[in-house]
Design a protein around this ligand. Structure first.
Ligand code: CP3
Length: 342
């Protein structure tokens, strides 16, 4: 059928998520708008990160930068998972070298009580404005909205300064179980609302980033992280919004996460792709391969092609965000190599 030639990036991604066969595997990269591009660094030379995030025009500009250079199939709204803690009033700053910092971490009942849960998403209107602007500017690309998972947001909110294994956030689960449960439940409702509003603003699909989910053993993930994720997918399904769950270092959680109601799973490079065939997948390519020259990119892509066998319900992506030291040429090689999978 001639329809094969009418696939654009948006149709390719939606085909994968809808259970149809695309003409070829769609491709995008986590953090594709970011520091590996000189034109992004040029924008950031004059404007602090959070000011970019709060400006729909600048968000649109930096999201379009990778699309101008590379034949990618999707774009993701330029934002951050920490806009929710910010809107809750926990205080957010990005310091030069140390990454994000929450000014008032949830270390006491009083700090939890000080959070402002009322109409949180009304304070995130700049995100929905950025989605609307990007939707209009990139009509043939699949547009991803996103949010952090309740557990990953809890990690940052509780520990304050992101760090290593988030030991103090994990300890809070056992030391303050009731308080922790309450925060996780409330976060789930805000995350769901934030994702629904992004979809209403024009996002085709929403991705939940559970960057720190892999820190939890499977039984604790089932008890602590999974209930909120189920609430989120119930809401998204009721609204007909396709969704993807990304868990970093979550190979031990795949049997659990595949049953949480997400349309697809985004996996890092520790997961054996051949072990998931019943639902759409995304990711899996080791991001350091882009630092290893053309052959290492080709081999990584070929390995994913082999693990997929004949199935084509996969969105090519990295297992974690593109590293700032990645040479832009490596992304061109990746685009070429993905085209070779037939
Ligand atoms: O193209 C895109 O993917 C851009 C949109 C995006 C950003 N952050 C922009 C950003 C997305 C999807 C995120 C998600 C995010 N943010 C996650 C989950 C994904 C992951 O990486 O595991 C997490 C944990 C965060 C929190 C966060 N934001 C951290 C820990 C940091 C500092 C570390 C770092 O990489 O610099 C950020 C800053 C951040 N968010 C940058 C970008 C482009 C770098 C800011 C800069 O210096 O310009």
């Amino acid at each position: 059928m001639g329809a094969m030639s009418t696939f654009d990036g948006r149709a390719r991604v939606l085909a994968v998520l809808g259970g149809h066969r695309p003409d070829r595997l769609p491709l995008w990269l986590m953090r594709q708008a970011g520091r590996f591009l000189p034109e992004y660094r040029a924008v950031r030379a004059d404007v602090p990160f959070l000011d970019v995030v709060r400006s729909p025009a600048l968000c649109t500009e930096v999201a379009l930068q990778p699309l101008r250079r590379f034949d990618l199939d999707a774009t993701i709204v330029f934002s951050d998972i920490l806009v929710i803690p910010d809107a809750l009033g926990a205080g957010l700053s990005f310091e030069k070298r140390d990454g994000p910092k929450i000014e008032r971490p949830l270390v006491t009942d009083a700090a939890v009580d000080a959070l402002d849960w009322h109409n949180v998403c009304d304070r995130l209107d700049y995100v929905y404005a950025a989605v609307r602007e990007l939707r209009a500017a990139a009509p043939s690309h699949a547009l991803f909205g996103f949010a952090g998972s309740p557990w990953t947001l809890f990690c940052y909110l509780t520990q304050g300064q992101g760090g290593g294994e988030f030991a103090s956030a994990r300890a809070a689960l056992w030391a303050h179980p009731e308080r922790s449960r309450r925060v996780l439940d409330q976060l789930a409702d805000v995350v769901a609302e934030h994702l629904v509003r992004q979809a209403r603003a024009g996002a085709d699909v929403v991705q939940v980033f559970d960057t720190w989910g892999g820190l939890l053993p499977a039984a604790d993930y089932a008890a602590i992280a999974a209930p909120g994720l189920r609430r989120i997918t119930a809401r998204l399904r009721a609204e007909g919004i396709p969704s993807i769950l990304y868990v970093r270092a979550g190979a031990h959680l795949v049997d659990l996460t595949r049953g949480l109601g997400f349309t697809g799973l985004s996996v890092d490079s520790t997961v054996d792709l051949a072990s998931i065939s019943d639902l759409p997948t995304q990711g899996n390519l080791d991001n350091t391969r882009l630092l290893g020259g053309r052959e290492s990119v080709a081999e990584g892509v070929a390995r994913i092609g082999a693990a997929l066998g004949g199935r084509r319900n996969h969105i090519m992506n990295l297992g974690h965000g593109i590293l700032p030291s990645t040479p832009p040429d490596a992304v061109s090689w990746l685009v070429d190599e993905v085209r070779k999978i037939q």
